[in-house]
Design a protein around this ligand. Structure first.
Ligand code: SF4
Length: 75
């Protein structure tokens, strides 16, 4: 899973979900400071680099990325 091709912000799904590679650069009203893929329940990668997201099958998202479907991981 480490070598999944990276999703780009131009990807149609990424656009639909307001995905950004750098969460802190999000201008989406739903973005909350501190949220990123690493603390989202759909992310199954590590704390750095890139990893899989259940909403982007076959692609990798940035650990520090974000999209509107961000859902906090259960503790
Ligand atoms: Fe990142 Fe979660 Fe959005 Fe997937 S659903 S891109 S892990 S914020």
């Amino acid at each position: 899973a480490a070598d999944l091709p990276p999703v780009t912000e131009a990807d149609p799904t990424a656009k639909a979900l307001g995905y950004v590679e750098d969460a802190t650069k999000s201008t989406n009203a739903k973005y909350k400071a501190g949220d990123d893929c690493t603390n989202c329940q759909f992310y199954t990668g590590g704390a750095t680099g890139r990893g899989p997201c259940q909403l982007f099958p076959g692609k990798s998202v940035n650990a520090k990325g974000w999209c509107v479907s961000h859902t906090p991981k259960k503790a």
